[in-house]
Design a protein around this ligand. Structure first.
Ligand SMILES: Nc1ncnc2c1ncn2[C@@H]1O[C@H](COP(=O)(O)OP(=O)(O)OP(=O)(O)O)[C@@H](O)[C@H]1O
Length: 311
């Protein structure tokens, strides 16, 4: 059975029509069951249900948030079930690194029928899996602002990516930054835990934003980690230090094209495990979904080849 997990709210409601087209295109090929989400995060329960009912493949019709919650269920299941993604969200950042025809329903249906898969790494932040990126600092401030605007019913006239960019610009000058120290505890996934690890202390200083990237793009418009690879057993860390408010727009503009890494205030490196020591349990985002960390010290790691993607 092929399970089609649909978030009807994704892409400002666009996902509902895309899902109908996907169901129609798949219906003559195999047993297809639609699992429609009812609330935020319900993709995880719907995916678990699909796996329990014997799904051979889970097709997510939604955006990055939908994929994120489906992956929570896929990576905790007792059986390895591959994931296919039909892009129906707003930013659809993860599929930009994947290279699948995620925007082409008929090409995706052919991929699903062929069932060829590719293993990719899954990141873990404070125990929460992510496939694209996890971040702390400015990106969290922007998501918090966006959620406030949504609950107040403001900015309905703007689509998702434009809304994100407008909100980000509005928050850019006033954001205060956060203090934390970051340590790379494992340079590569081939190192044994506890081995004399290559350690780099980025230092206790004010950060504007720290992103742990598996994929390259985030925020709808930014190529935040242009060197990240989904299958190298590593996460790319991009740490933007304390810039004066007036230096910030230039760096963010460079991030749109992915040319920000050479800026003096941007540090980037890669590794397989990290600890971030903050002053209090921070808010973080994983694939664009907000979480509160369980403690002030947050661990971030990677599980190499932990998820199969239909390609
Ligand atoms: N039935 C539902 N009603 C409201 N929200 C839902 C529902 N089902 C899922 N959600 C939530 O909607 C949020 C947004 O989904 P998603 O990220 O897939 O779409 P998007 O924001 O349009 O796209 P992107 O993240 O790629 O920009 C997620 O937190 C998801 O869990």
């Amino acid at each position: 059975m092929i399970a089609v997990v649909v978030n009807p709210a994704a892409g400002n409601g666009r996902a509902r029509n895309i899902a109908s087209d996907v169901m129609r295109a798949l219906q003559h090929r195999e047993d297809i069951v639609e699992f429609t989400t009812r609330t935020r995060g319900d993709e995880a329960q719907q995916t678990s249900l699909a796996i329990e009912r014997g799904a051979r493949c889970v097709v997510v019709v939604g955006g990055d948030g939908s994929v994120h919650h489906a992956v929570r269920a896929l990576t905790s299941a007792t059986r390895r079930v591959p994931l296919a993604i039909v892009a129906a969200g707003t930013g659809n950042d993860f599929v930009k690194s994947l290279g699948t025809p995620a925007h082409d329903i008929h090409a995706m249906v052919q991929c699903i029928t062929r069932a060829q898969t590719r293993p990719i790494d899954v990141g873990l932040i404070d125990g929460t899996p992510f496939v694209n990126a996890a971040g702390l600092g400015f990106d969290v401030a922007v998501l918090e602002r966006m959620q406030q605007k949504q609950t107040q019913g403001r900015q309905q006239w703007l689509g998702g990516t434009a809304a994100y960019v407008v909100t980000a610009l509005g928050a850019l000058l006033g954001y205060r930054g956060f203090d934390a120290s970051l340590r790379t505890t494992l340079a590569s996934s081939h190192d044994a835990p506890g081995a004399p690890a290559w350690q780099e202390r980025i230092g206790h200083h004010a950060h504007l934003m720290t992103v742990f990237a598996n994929g390259q793009c985030f925020g709808g418009a930014f190529r935040i980690a242009p060197e990240a690879r989904l299958d190298d057993g590593l996460l790319d860390v991009v740490d933007i230090g304390a810039l004066t408010p007036w230096q910030r727009p230039a760096v963010f503009l460079r991030a749109v094209r992915g040319t920000h890494l050479s800026h003096a205030a941007v540090r980037s490196h890669f590794g397989a495990a990290f600890t971030l020591h903050c002053e209090a349990p921070p808010l973080y985002e994983a694939d664009g979904e907000l979480y509160r960390a369980s403690a002030a010290t947050v661990t971030i790691s990677v599980r190499p080849a932990a998820l199969d993607i239909i390609v």
